[in-house]
Design a protein around this ligand. Structure first.
Ligand SMILES: [Zn+2]
Ligand SMILES: [Zn+2]
Length: 300
């Protein structure tokens, strides 16, 4: 699982940084989390194929998290998309989108399935490749984070070995499930001769815009990677609290409490040009910190 950052800034674009959006690549395609202004341009810039994008999750209705969505869903229609798009977000989002479409007398070329986020935690998506759960955070308006979990897809085939042991392709699925293969000549091909262990499932948690709160820890506990906002540096901690945001040190505290492996920092205030101090402050608390740089793909 990989996360590509399309936008890492807060309310205003600044110093070449865009408002929030990020893409999570799972085995079956791409998931988009938040869709700030310019997201469709950023998707193109970083070569992320819209056709593999079937799920969009919007954390809350501050503009820096969804002003790119009307443009994106409209462009998908102009490009003749026919496959369904699954959209999850605050209930009012669909009214906004529908008003925009109605005003333009437009209809989308594809089915848009909308699911309104409920107050508490909720399982939003669950299929053979991944699951996504929402969890509430504390912000000025209703806001949710998301936990994406990839699923193990069985053992990994060693193609050369499968050919060497003359195993028919029709049996490959069973090999992935761990079965041995008995050949017609009576030779029993042991599963471990032709497969290796598959990739371990991964967990990624996107903590959205939030005041520092330990209430989110159970929902994200043990994640491989979390993205936590840090709109402000510690010297501006009073602003963070007043505006329901966090500092880099608070983000790092959450990473420690949740026992995660990697922390991505983002949602920077437009008042800061240099982002290194965010990393410096956070690493005083938690060792594995990365600045969520735009265009960079992070292994979860
Ligand atoms: Zn924001
Ligand atoms: Zn916000």
């Amino acid at each position: 699982m990989k996360v590509t950052i399309l936008g890492n800034n807060s309310a205003l674009p600044a110093f070449g940084r865009h408002p929030t959006a990020q893409v999570v690549a799972v085995a079956s395609g791409l998931l988009l989390i938040d869709c700030g202004e310019g997201t469709q341009v950023q998707l193109q810039r970083y070569g992320l194929k819209w056709r593999s994008l079937n799920h969009i999750y919007i954390s809350h209705l501050h503009g820096d998290h969804y002003f790119g969505l009307p443009g994106l869903i409209n462009s998908m229609s102009l490009l003749g998309r026919t496959s369904p798009l699954y959209l999850y977000g605050p209930a009012f989002l669909i009214t906004i989108l529908q008003s925009i479409l109605d005003a333009a007398d437009s209809e989308l070329s594809y089915p848009l399935h909308f699911h309104a986020l409920q107050e508490g935690e909720e399982l939003l998506t669950d299929n053979e490749y991944f699951s996504v759960r929402s969890f509430p955070v504390i912000h000025r308006i209703a806001c949710h984070g998301f936990v994406v979990k990839s699923k193990t897809r069985g053992r990994k085939l060693l193609p050369d070995k499968c050919v060497e042991y003359e195993i028919p392709a029709a049996y490959y699925e069973k090999l992935k499930q761990g079965s041995d293969y008995e050949r017609k000549d009576g030779v029993l091909v042991k599963n471990e001769w032709v497969t290796t262990e598959g990739p371990a499932p991964k967990t990624y948690a996107y903590c959205a815009d939030t005041l520092f709160t330990e209430t989110i820890v159970p929902a994200i506990y043990g994640a491989d990677t979390i993205y936590h906002e840090c709109t402000y540096l510690e010297k501006d901690g009073d602003k963070a609290a007043a505006r329901y945001h966090s500092t880099a040190i608070q983000a790092a505290k959450i990473a420690v409490l949740a026992n995660v492996k990697q922390l991505l920092l983002g949602h920077f205030s437009s008042k800061y040009r240099d982002l290194e101090p965010f990393k410096e402050e956070a690493t005083t608390i938690f060792p594995n910190v990365q600045i969520a740089e735009e265009g960079k793909a992070f292994d979860v």
